[in-house]
Design a protein around this ligand. Structure first.
Ligand code: CU
Length: 255
């Protein structure tokens, strides 16, 4: 359930040959500045946006309180609650990863996305869901001064399993394949987070009211994926026009 292959493979050779034509059709202008796996970046001159809200159609119960059993001086300063199903205003579903799964060319990562960082803070992973660019190093911080551990579990990526004693404020991790991996701390069994290893910048996480927005999308028809850690995956088609704003809503039911 945790694994979603974000980009299908295309032949690099045919892509390069067809790049000029594709650029004219899709609104991407020269220069092509970088290439990351099967995704090619360039300036998007007439992109559109995809916006919407993801909602939960079931009845959401109050998040359950977590049992903090060890390191209580640090970890139980405040009550802790599960973050695996957070429903906000209007049934909006938080922490859904939304991405375009079949985009081949588009904008480059914005500088603010690099380096990404995941904090172990108050014996929680913050943010609960993090987007990192595929293949790039990111940091995991230990803000607590006690022993934590970083243990990732995915399908495409080999597991990372690093102890992070209190004096080790930062460790660096690199995940080479695009998928969503689970991250846990073996020292504190309630700690749970997710890392969306993104093949390109068209990934976003829904806010507390379930809203999301993807900007600078080259005109075209795409497949939009929605992933939630408990509720699974939804798929929708979307057509983006130059300068337009495509509305795409998604609903998740109880499972
Ligand atoms: Cu921990």
């Amino acid at each position: 359930m945790a694994s979603q292959t974000a980009v299908q493979c295309v032949a690099a050779t045919s892509r390069r040959i067809g790049l000029f034509v594709v650029s004219l059709l899709s609104g991407i202008t020269a220069p092509i500045s970088a290439q990351q796996g099967d995704y090619v970046t360039g300036d998007v001159s007439d992109g559109g946006a995809i916006v919407g809200q993801v909602t939960f159609t079931g009845t959401a119960s109050t998040p359950r309180r977590l049992a903090i059993t060890i390191d209580t001086v640090v970890c139980a300063r405040e009550p802790q609650f599960a973050e695996d199903l957070l429903v906000g205003g209007g049934g909006g579903l938080q922490n859904v990863v939304v991405w375009i799964s079949d985009i081949r060319e588009g904008k480059a990562w914005e500088p603010r996305h690099s380096p990404a960082a995941l904090a172990q803070n108050g014996c929680r992973f913050v943010p609960h869901v993090l987007i990192v660019p595929v293949g790039e190093q990111f940091e995991v911080w230990n803000n607590d001064g006690i022993l934590h551990n970083v243990h990732t579990r995915g399908t495409e990526n080999r597991p990372v399993n690093k102890a992070q004693p209190g004096f080790l404020r930062s460790v660096r991790i690199r995940l080479a394949h695009a998928e969503i991996v689970h991250v846990e701390c073996d020292a504190h069994n309630w700690m749970s987070g997710w890392i969306a290893v993104a093949a390109h910048p068209y990934y976003v996480i829904t806010d507390q009211d379930g809203n999301y927005r993807l900007d600078d999308v080259p005109p075209g028809t795409y497949t939009l994926q929605f992933w939630h850690e408990r509720l699974g995956t939804e798929t929708q088609q979307v057509t983006v026009t130059a300068g337009g704003e495509a509305q795409v809503q998604a609903r998740f039911a109880s499972r």
